[in-house]
Each structure stands twice: as structure tokens, then as C-alpha cells.
Design a protein around this ligand. Structure first.
Ligand SMILES: *Cc1c(COP(=O)(O)O)cnc(C)c1O
Ligand SMILES: [Zn+2]
Length: 446
């Protein structure tokens, strides 16, 4: 079911060179979110006016943004983007944000480094070009700043004054920071047992932080209840009632990667999966660039990466299923520990349609991959980056990822937030007295 609908809905999202302004579907005229024209159901295609809703009234399918993109052709659009700021707002003409978004108080994420990883390529036997898209360089050190920045604009447009979320850790910090900067109240919810780095980052920006006795899926269920209750009235939950807007932020990863490759599509991408939203929107972003004529239309493959201890999508991919059976997560990759991923079926569809795959790695290999990336490229990834690098290594070893092509691997977070993962097996080479004799005794002299 998801397969058919995803294809049908994709056709409604991009309309190159078609129209000069945004369409005005009945009733949506009051919300100015740039090229965003309406919400459209990914399952049945039903269109409704822009608003803080996330599920289709007709079929309960997820809603996503339908656009009327600017006309004028690819050259004008490319020049406009290249003249924009060095953050995600350079892509404002393709996002559900007001035209003057760059002038508002926002933490301005994006345009993170695309690192050519030759030393890692050599270790992995890659003969083509290997790149790390390093999103640890965002303001709160994870990719979540991208999605939150878009949600903040939607929250402002809909008049919300409290920003909230259910989080596996990184989102809570991103919401706290963005709310502080925008002058909004924030109250965020996390599983009570997260890494210290994530708890501290979620709290330091001064908003309210609530630890829930349960896992992420429990937190998420609680937030859905809160939305339906007067206790949560007027709250913008970035990844629930603002989810259609939030999700679009991940498209900027696709835009940046292509622009940084010289307006070219990579042949292969390796993307982590928590709810699967990021992966599906990277695919959406790539398709938009093709339909707008900003990149040449050629095939690309998207590979999804999970931790073995929370691998419901990988399991379904291997079993040939269209539906994802929920699991109880048990892994050090806590930012990816969603046992019941909302976008799982769409991820399966994309991996299969593009000729990619979904694969998983166990916790020891995640730690090994974090260290491999650090030792070869000087990039310290959080556990989610260990998952993508570990899965890349596995796919190459099994001959499922072509080492002669252009491959982009995502690192979505900073290793300083998940020190516990590597601390037990990382530390000083030696502890010595401050004398040359002691140094020589330790066997470190050249
Ligand atoms: C949230 C998150 C992801 C991906 O999340 P999706 O729910 O799949 O969009 C990836 N990496 C990190 C570090 C994250 O925090
Ligand atoms: Zn529907």
C-alpha cells in the first residue's frame, strides 16, 4: 500500500517551471510559507490547506508539503541559491519558509562540510570517491538543527508559543537552542536514561526538560496523548503536529551534497534510520533537484543503516516484507533507537526502488567504525555515524556497494555527545612522571 501511494504522491510535490507564484488552495491564503502550497496525503493524495496537522482525515496517511516552485528555469534558480547565505536558507525557494526567513532570529544550521575521505576510502578498498557529509558541524552538533529550523518557522506562522518534541536526545537539544534563540518557551521529552552529553545539552538552553520512565516509543506515545489533551493546547510539537514542515528540513542534506559535488548526484548514499524521515526526505530532495533541472537525471542508490539492536527496517528489508514489525531497542546507538519507525515502509520502498538496501551492524562494530573514521579522517562521530560507517564497510565487504563509484556517507552527530560508547576502550597510551627517563621507559621515544 505504501509503495503505490508514495509513487503517486511524489508526482504532486514538484512542478518545475509551472506557475510563477504559490497556488492558493481554498482556505490556505493566510499562511505565508514561501513555495509551500498545501498539505498532501502521501497515501491517498488528498490536498488540504497548510496547518498544524500531520495525518490525513480521510485515510490517516501522513501529510507532506506540496509546492509550487518558482518558475524561471534552472540557471536562474542555481544562481539565486549560490548567492544565498552559507546555511540552509540558501535553499529557501525550495522550503516551506517565508521568503525573508534569513532575517529572523534562528540558529541558521547547514552548509556543513562534505569531506573527501581518501584515507578512509583506502582502508575500505574504495577506488571511486568517498565523502563524509559531516553534520556534527551544526549549531547543536547534530543534523536535527536542520529540521527544527523549519519547524520553528511553521510554529511562528501558526502562532505557537511553546515548542516541544519527543526526542531520542539530539532533537531535544536542537529544540532547546532554537526556542531560546527565537524567544519561544520550550518543553521537551526524552527517555530518562539517555547519555549525559545529550541530557546536559537538552537542559542548558533553559527550557523545560522532562525525562520519561520508558523508551522513545513510550515518550512518543505520551506526546501524542498530550497533543489531544487541553494540557498540551497551543503547543507545537516539532516532530508530531509540525512533522510535515519539520521533515522537509532533511531535504537540505540532499541539496547541499549535490551542490558541494558541483551540482551532481552522488551514485550511492548511506543514511542512518531512526524514524526513517531523514532518508525519505533526502530522496524527495534529490528528486526535486532532478525535476527542477538543477542536476542531471541519472540513477542513484540509497542505502539505509541501522544498529543491529534496533533494526526493524533492516529486518523487513531482508525478509522481503512491506510492513515493519516493531521491536524493543537495545543498542548504544540511542539516537537511532526507535523500535516503531513511522516512515519504515517508505524507507523500504526507496531502498528497493533505487537498488539500494537496508543493513545493520552490531554495537562492537559501531565502536570500531567510530574509531576507524576518527583515525583515518579526524572526524569524531557519535554512535549514529558509527552505524553508517560500519554499514558502509559491511556493504563493501559483501560486494553490495560499488567501491568504484561516488559514495556519500552521512555522519549526523558529534562523538562528544556519546563519549560512553568509546571511553571504555580509549584512553591515554601511558601515564608517566614528568621526566625524560620516564618517557623513554614508556617506549615512546622516536
Ligand atoms: C534523529 C537522528 C537521525 C535520523 O532520524 P530520522 O528519524 O530517521 O529522521 C539520524 N542521526 C541522528 C544523530 C539523529 O539524532
Ligand atoms: Zn489520505
Amino acid at each position: 500500500m505504501a509503495v503505490q501511494a508514495a509513487h503517486a504522491a511524489a508526482g504532486t510535490t514538484a512542478a518545475p517551471g509551472d506557475g510563477t507564484g504559490r497556488a492558493a488552495p481554498s482556505g490556505s491564503g493566510s499562511v505565508a510559507l514561501g513555495p509551500a502550497a498545501a498539505l498532501s496525503c502521501r497515501e491517498c493524495g488528498e490536498r488540504i490547506p497548510l496547518g498544524p496537522v500531520f495525518a490525513c482525515e480521510a485515510c490517516f496517511g501522513p501529510l507532506e508539503i506540496a509546492y509550487e516552485f518558482p518558475g524561471g528555469g534552472p540557471t536562474a534558480l542555481r544562481e539565486r541559491i549560490e548567492a544565498g547565505p552559507d546555511n540552509i536558507w540558501r535553499y529557501a525557494p525550495l522550503l516551506p519558509v517565508p521568503a525573508d526567513v534569513a532575517t529572523k532570529p534562528n540558529i541558521n544550521p547547514g552548509f556543513t562540510k562534505l569531506v573527501r575521505a581518501d584515507r578512509l576510502a583506502h582502508e575500505l578498498g574504495v577506488t571511486g570517491s568517498l565523502h563524509i557529509k559531516d553534520d556534527s558541524g551544526n549549531p547543536t552538533h547534530s543534523f536535527k538543527d536542520r529540521v527544527v529550523a523549519i519547524a520553528v518557522e511553521a510554529a511562528r506562522a501558526f502562532g505557537f508559543t511553546t515548542l516541544s518534541c519527543s526526542s531520542t536526545g539530539n532533537l531535544a537539544g536542537a529544540v532547546g537552542a532554537a526556542a531560546a534563540r527565537a524567544g519561544l518557551r520550550s518543553c521537551v521529552f526524552i527517555p530518562h536514561d539517555l547519555e549525559q552529553g545529550k541530557v546536559v545539552m537538552a537542559a542548558v538552553y533553559g527550557g523545560e526538560l522532562v525525562g520519561i520512565e520508558g523508551n522513545y516509543d513510550d515518550v512518543n506515545r505520551f506526546c501524542s496523548e498530550l497533543i489531544g489533551d487541553p494540557a498540551g493546547e497551543g503547543w507545537g510539537f516539532v516532530n508530531v503536529n509540525l512533522r510535515p514542515y519539520y521533515a522537509e528540513g532533511s531535504k537540505t542534506l540532499a541539496y547541499e551534497i549535490c551542490e558541494q559535488l558541483g551540482w551532481r548526484l552522488p551514485d550511492q548514499l548511506v543514511v542512518p534510520i531512526a524514524s526513517g524521515s531523514q532518508l525519505t526526505k533526502i530522496d524527495k530532495g534529490l528528486k526535486e533537484l532532478i525535476s527542477l533541472g538543477l542536476v542531471e537525471d541519472r540513477p542513484y542508490k540509497i542505502f539505509g543503516a541501522q544498529a543491529e539492536g534496533c533494526s526493524p527496517v533492516s529486518r523487513a528489508f531482508k525478509d522481503g516484507h512491506d510492513v515493519v514489525r516493531p521491536v524493543r531497542p537495545e543498542t548504544i546507538a540511542k539516537s537511532l533507537a526507535i523500535g516503531n519507525p513511522a516512515d519504515g515502509p517508505y524507507v523500504l520502498d526507496i531502498a528497493r526502488r533505487t537498488g539500494g538496501a537496508v543493513e545493520d551492524v552490531d554495537d562492537p562494530r559501531i565502536v570500531e567504525a567510530i574509531k576507524l573514521l576518527a583515525r583515518t579522517e579526524g572526524i569524531f562521530a557519535e554512535t549514529a555515524g558509527g552505524v553508517t560507517v560500519g554499514v558502509t564497510k559491511k556493504l563493501i565487504e559483501e560486494g553490495r556497494l560499488d567501491p568504484s563509484l561516488t559514495t556519500v556517507v552521512l555522519n549526523t552527530g558529534d562523538g562528544l555527545k556519546t563519549l560512553d560508547a568509546v571511553a571504555p576502550t580509549t584512553g591515554p597510551t601511558a601515564v608517566i612522571r614528568p621526566t625524560l627517563d620516564s618517557f623513554r621507559e614508556a617506549g615512546l621515544a622516536s
